[in-house]
Every structure is written in C-alpha cells, then in structure tokens.
Write a protein that binds this ligand. Structure first.
Ligand code: G1P
Length: 303
C-alpha cells in the first residue's frame, strides 16, 4: 500500500430518501429501518463501513429520520430491563449498534438529489478522501467490496467507484460507465459516466452500484453542478467531470464487483436478501432452509 495517499477513515451514508416504494410501511418509519431478518437494513451498511476500517460515520438524514439516530444510540431503559432479567444475549444485541461506530448526523433539508446529499457532508469530511455508501444497496458481508475499493484508491489516488455488469434492459436504473481495462482484472479506468441512460445511450453494461471512494475535489464540482436527470443534482454528473479532467481530483477507477448485492429499495430484491441471509444464519438457517425446501417442492408440484 502506498504511503502517499491519506488514510480513509470517514464514511458518508445518504439516508434522506422517502422510501415511497415501500409504502405504507415507510409512512412513519424510515425505509432504512426496515428489518433484513432481524437487523435494520442500515445496520448492515454501517457494519460494512466499520469492517472496511471506517469508524467515523456521517448520516445525511431528513425529516422523520429520528429512529435512525435512536437506533445507533444507547437505550438505557431497554438495557436496564434486559440487565435485570439477566438476558445477556439480547442485551448484547441492543448494545451492538450503539458501540459500532462514531456516528454523526447532518440534515439535508431540501432533498435535491444524491449529489446534494454528498455535498452536505463537506464540512464534516474536510479535505480527505472519504467513502459513500448508499443505504439501498446491501453488499453481502461475505463479499467485501469496500476494502478492495479502498486498496485501489490507496494505490492510484483519485476516486474509485463500484461497478457491476447488468443486462442491457437494466442499465436505465443506474449510472453507466465508459471503461478501459487495467493490469488488474477487477479494476478498470473510468473515462466517462452517464446517469440512467437508455440501453442505446449507455457507454457499457457496467452499472454504478452504491459504493464510492471519493477525492474531496468532488465537493468543489458538486457546488457548481446543475440539476441533471430528474431535476436532481447528480453525483454521477460530478464524477463524469472528475473522470474527464484528471488534473482536478486525480483519476477515477472502477472496481468490478461480482459478489452478492441486494437492492433493498426494491421489494423483490428485499425479499431475496432476507431469504439468502436467513439461510446463512447459524441460529435460523437450518430450520428455515428445511422449510424452504419443503415449500419449494410443494410449489413445484402445484405448477
Ligand atoms: C443512485 C445513483 C446511480 C447508481 C445507483 C446505485 O441512483 O444516482 O448512479 O447507479 O444509485 O444504486 P438511485 O438508485 O438512488 O436512483
């Protein structure tokens, strides 16, 4: 690892979205708090940041997001009740989320897009490279992506994005990157980016997924970025500018991810994430898998 690039210690998690795809569940509960098995989706994301060595976490929140702050804070009432009962296992579960990382919060105010959310982190981040983790993207804890992105950033400097190959009919849901191969099979150089292109406009099948390691030069660009797709200030548009001119904030590289990723903002993928992660759990997995096998067999007999 090169010593010339500053160490990355801060993670930014934009969490101001309305979660309309999950209404009515998200009418009074932030979508980030929806459970994936028995942990809120957002806790997996914070755990991922921490296991990549980033224990300073800034959440960019909005109205109705108080439960997020409460979840990562102590809950003395619950802790003392469980303590009195001698329920050490559950007490540990309650304390896990508050002991995880040093949490900070900033409010986005007007939801003007992902680029704007990231810009809200500027005063906290300062002049250091930092990571951005989107709460809707759940990366399977067994497939470490962020660690690899940090490694690539420390080697090349500049910014690093996460890419995944998707089918042409899926690309309009993502940012898409124009790429060139590098000496590392899982690393590409990014020469351009387009936010949510049609299949015809897309520069490649490489979709941007919700993990970024960014040079702080992105803030200066975001300040000048006009609203783009959907009338929102797009992070992809700022990254396009970084990729177009390396003198501003260094190169942009992409790490091609082939592991398991779930879009917990999508109801189908959310259910798949729960099934997959429940199957892998030591406590729940054996029974759940046995039931799932019976259920699938019954389903197949009926069709
Ligand atoms: C955002 C980004 C997009 C990226 C996607 C990954 O879009 O703007 O470039 O591909 O996250 O999940 P959103 O899904 O928030 O509309």
């Amino acid at each position: 690892m090169s010593q010339s690039h500053p160490r990355i210690s801060k993670a930014v998690i934009p969490a101001a979205g309305l979660g309309t795809r999950f209404l009515p569940a998200t009418k009074a509960t932030p979508k980030e708090m929806l459970p994936v098995v028995d942990k809120p989706a957002i806790q997996y994301v914070v755990e991922e940041a921490v296991s990549a060595g980033l224990d300073d976490v800034l959440m960019v929140t909005g109205r109705n997001k108080r439960p997020l702050e409460d979840h990562f804070d102590r809950n003395y009432e619950l802790e003392s009740a469980l303590g009195k009962k001698g329920d050490a296992a559950r007490l540990a579960k309650v304390q896990e989320s508050s002991d995880l990382a040093t949490m900070h919060y900033v409010r986005q105010g007007d939801p003007k897009g992902l680029g704007h959310a990231v810009l809200c982190a500027a005063p906290h981040v300062g002049d250091e490279p930092f990571a951005v983790l989107l709460g809707d993207d759940l990366i399977d804890p067994r497939d470490p992506l962020l660690q690899r992105m940090i490694e690539v950033q420390q080697e090349h400097g500049g910014s690093v994005i996460a890419l995944m190959e998707v089918a042409p009919e899926q690309i309009h849901l993502y940012g898409s990157a124009a790429v060139e191969a590098t000496a590392d099979a899982d690393v590409v150089k990014v020469s351009g980016l387009v936010e949510k292109p049609t299949a015809e406009e897309a520069p490649s099948h490489y979709a941007v997924i919700g993990r970024y390691v960014l040079d702080p030069a992105v803030f200066g660009i975001l300040r000048k970025t006009e609203p783009g797709r959907g009338g929102e200030i797009q992070l992809t548009d700022a990254l396009q500018q970084l990729a177009a001119d390396e003198t501003v904030g260094g190169p942009v590289h992409g790490v091609v991810f082939k592991g398991r990723r779930y879009d917990t903002g999508d109801r189908g993928d959310y259910l798949r994430a729960i099934v997959r992660l429940a199957c892998e759990r030591e406590d729940l997995g054996p029974d759940f898998r046995a039931w799932l096998r019976r259920y699938v067999t019954e389903e197949m007999q009926q069709r």
